[in-house]
Design a protein around this ligand. Structure first.
Ligand code: T4K
Length: 393
């Protein structure tokens, strides 16, 4: 472990990096390998590799059960799951989304000729601000996509009230929220449907994968059709569908990982609490809190840097990368500032005040079960040394 006593111990000043191997945000959680390999063996023996095989069916059953929802429609990834949900709900025209999200939320609309309309967030929760959502409604609005960012529930009731009042469809991008709860209920059954991502970098992963979960029988049926080219039986296509199917090996990974998910959540909490305690008394640095009344996977450790800290967010990220700490600026600069949206709505920044403020403050730190408390202490020491040396200059 590198000792950090002075600025000459920092890698940006020529010292060796603190970590020999990179420390990632989103290091994949790999659960019970033996259980996974056993299932892979069964798949190979059965020679059913994809197209709604036994593993996918079992996976869908188990996820629906875990989340307490009627239907889980498994897909090849979260982006396709979003696209299919949007299409199955019949959205068109304009749909209101936060800009402060992963680009896939906006792309899933744009890809289908729908205009994403960016509404501002509440800077204390990083989720959509219902007042800002109301402001963006026009006669062309057909829906709202709330994002449960960092696994924190979006303002579900307020968004549902707006949707009901204006006869809009409401769905949730729950890519970060597997296993989260809102008012004692699992995320999964809110809105018309909720969309999950099981990407390798998520707390719960199927390598690549996603799903739409819903209590709506008809919607689930439509999505099952859409993810399989629109086939309603052999030789009978009744809809211009796509290929959104999850493969058997991914479902097997999910089934194996589901067994250890609660353990992952417990293990995630250790680095999260260690970071939170370490930064508690440092002016200008704070870790985004999670509501103690709700469950969260503690997968994302979101550090906010404000002007009271003597080093900028970007300088911190550069210094951490030199140490092999691959912290991320998720989701800077916001969807509105990326192509094609930057050209489509060049003035969006003028109403996205909280989004811009937040985007310039955030660093997501490496965490998860593989990050040890010594690692956290080293990262904290690096930041303090960085501040001390800049402070002296
Ligand atoms: N909605 C929201 C709100 C989302 O956050 C996402 C995805 C989606 C929708 C769409 O769901 P998917 O279609 O992806 O299922 C990553 C993920 O690719 C993406 O799934 C995720 N959100 C987003 C937040 O992060 P990148 O480009 O930043 O990931 P990448 O490749 O840089 O990986 C992060 C780090 O993890 C790397 O530095 C290395 C490490 N890593 C990564 C992979 C894939 C590993 O150690 N092993 C691996 O297999 O987007």
């Amino acid at each position: 472990m590198k000792q950090i006593r002075s600025s000459s111990d920092l890698a940006i000043n020529g010292a060796p990096p603190a970590f020999a191997e990179p420390l990632h945000v989103g290091h994949p959680n790999i659960g019970n390998r033996a259980a996974f390999m056993q299932r892979v063996g069964e798949i190979l023996d059965s020679s059913r590799l994809t197209n709604n095989g036994r593993m996918v069916q079992e996976f869908e059953r188990r996820i629906a059960e875990y989340l307490g929802v009627k239907h889980c429609v498994a897909m090849c990834n979260g982006t396709i799951a979003l696209e299919i949900a949007i299409r199955a709900l019949g959205l068109g025209g304009e749909v209101i989304v936060p800009s402060w999200t992963f680009i896939a939320t906006a792309h899933a609309l744009y890809w289908q000729g729908i205009t994403p309309v960016f509404a501002d967030i509440d800077p204390t929760t990083h989720n959509l601000d219902p007042v800002a959502v109301r402001r963006m409604i026009t006669p062309r609005t057909t829906g709202i996509i709330g994002v449960h960012l960092w696994g924190r529930a979006a303002p579900i009731e307020e968004l549902q009230a707006i949707a009901d009042e204006h006869e809009l469809k409401l769905l949730f991008d729950a890519a970060h929220a597997f296993g989260s709860t809102y008012r004692g209920q699992m995320i999964g059954a809110f809105g018309a449907c909720e969309v999950l991502s099981f990407h390798a970098t998520k707390a719960f992963n199927t390598m690549e994968g996603g799903a739409v979960v819903t209590n709506d029988d008809e919607l689930a049926e439509a999505m099952r059709l859409m993810r399989n080219f629109g086939f309603a039986g052999y030789d009978n296509v009744i809809y211009p569908g796509t290929n959104g199917k999850m493969i058997e090996v991914c479902a097997a990974m999910g089934l194996a990982n589901l067994e250890s998910f609660d353990h992952v959540v417990q293990a995630n909490r250790r680095p999260y609490e260690a970071y939170r305690a370490a930064f508690a008394d440092i002016p200008g640095l704070s870790i985004l809190g999670y509501d103690q009344a709700c469950r969260n996977s503690y997968h994302y450790v979101v550090l906010e840097v404000d002007e009271r800290f003597p080093v900028t967010r970007d300088q911190i990220v550069a210094a951490l990368h030199a140490e092999n700490v691959l912290a991320r600026k998720y989701f800077w600069p916001g969807c509105h500032a990326m192509l094609p949206y930057r050209n489509l709505v060049p003035n969006a920044a003028s109403w996205l005040t909280a989004t811009r403020l937040t985007a310039n403050r955030v660093i997501v730190l490496p965490s998860g079960p593989t990050v040890q408390s010594d690692d956290v202490q080293t990262i904290v020491a690096l930041l303090l040394q960085l501040a001390a040396s800049r402070w002296c200059q």
